[in-house]
Design a protein around this ligand. Sequence first.
Ligand code: CMP
Length: 143
Amino acid sequence: MEQTFIMIKPDGVQRGLIGEIISRFEKKGFFLKEMKLIRVERPFAEKHYEDLSAKPFFDGLVEYIISGAVVAMVWEGKNVVATGRKIIGATNPSLSDPGTIRGDFAVEIGRNVIHGSDSVENARKEIALWFPDGTVNWQSSLH
Ligand code: CMP
């Protein structure tokens, strides 16, 4: 079954959006496989965003991600990578539709509340980075 990596960023945690965000994924019918509240160090954040290291906003992005605790999660379900991105909405909250997480809760691209893997391949990489011990098959009997 497909899995994706979802991270509630420090602004999402600080603004009390953890429950709201988890609820949207649960109500859609996806399964929460792993979750941890964690504050990451700079080298770890740089590794997570290494594909963006040449971008002018890279340093600011890393500062943002290490500025407070994040909620790192693995969600599972049919087509969860692409559908998860739809639930999240466009990267730039000015362009994300109302009804999406960013469309409802964010205005700044540099404070866009949540991250979701953009491909199955990147999901695999991100899950391996954030959950190196793998994921537990908690809910296999429900599938
Ligand atoms: P995310 O889905 O985590 O993937 C990469 C992140 O880079 C993105 O969300 C934004 O937080 C950030 N980002 C992308 N473009 C910009 C930009 N132009 N300025 C600042 N941050 C950006």
